[in-house]
Design a binder for this molecule. Sequence first.
Ligand code: PLP
Length: 378
Amino acid sequence: MHIPKTEFLYGAPHIRVLQPYVAGSPVSAIAREFGLEESSIIKLASNENPLGMPPSARDAIDRKLHDGAIYPDPDAFDLKKTIADRMQVPQQWITIGSGSSDLIDVVTRAFVEIGQSVVVSEYAFSAYRLAIAAIDATAIIVPARNFGHDLDAMLHSIKKDTKLIFIANPNNPTGTFHSPKNMGEFLDRVPKTVTVALDEAYANYLVDEDQSCVAELVMKYPNLIVMRTFSKAHGLAGLRVGFAVAQMHLSDLLNRVRLPFNTSTIAQAAATAALNDEEFLYQSRSMNFIGLEQLYRGFQEMNFFYLKSAGNFVLVKVGDASVVYRHLLRDGIIVRPVINYGLPEWLRISVGLPGHNNRLLHSLTTYRRMVIKPRHLR
Ligand SMILES: *Cc1c(COP(=O)(O)O)cnc(C)c1O
């Protein structure tokens, strides 16, 4: 193929310097690279639900397949109604996104102008910084405290031109968490001129007493947007649905910015079914608690330092993470390096089915034995 050269630099300067989002490697790519069977590979890299899709969502999709030639409902009426009933908020307070990462982008574009600033925590979900950079705004990055959000420091870092604060609670990739009480004290102190985007992607994995009440929160704080996703505990990462809840004056703006057909008909139907599937949520949550304990125990036995997680993944310190990552790949296990977060010695490992977790721990143990073997025996 002939590729013509050009002297002209395409793209806006602030876009040319963007670093693309780093996703967990897909199974198919790893199978090709390492000559493995796709079916033998386990992916513990993207915090997906190891139980797969809820059967109720699969049925809902089947019933909607024949509508494939027709545009989806741009207002996602059924889905919004289901969310509104469940969360006890007006339907008009809801914005549907193509996953909540879409909403991160929408929120940033709706509330921040070029050159204005947004407060984020060090080690916070990387999509925030990408969204900020994409509109040529400035990220104020607040040093983490014990790997988590330092809420006091974040408050103190607010500048005159700060329009938005992103909070991930629980946070990915660290699994750190602030109680509803801490979060309330923080929200009380945020100036009302600054919008807070509270990303609760892992809320469904929390124990009951740590669950926030979305209705109470958004009712109390006129500057708050709470974001949830169907990608994690609801098991629909491939279908791309998330939602934001905020008072009318905020949600109206979000709904103007989002694209009208940002979720498909089958995604809306699946999400509606999944939200009502309490049995599946309960199973996902119980299995996650068991899996977390299993991983913690394994890491302790290997003397690996890890952070207790409020999500469905664990951040563990393994030494040279890129070497350990390659070792695991050769064993057909995909996890997530977090060097892009400035954590080159750590891996983020999603909780899998008990058998998957065992395979991971076994492979890690093998690695551990290899590296601690005395030099003359190597
Ligand atoms: C996974 C994740 C999301 C959302 O992902 P979507 O699939 O786009 O809904 C949002 N925030 C955090 C912190 C996440 O870890």
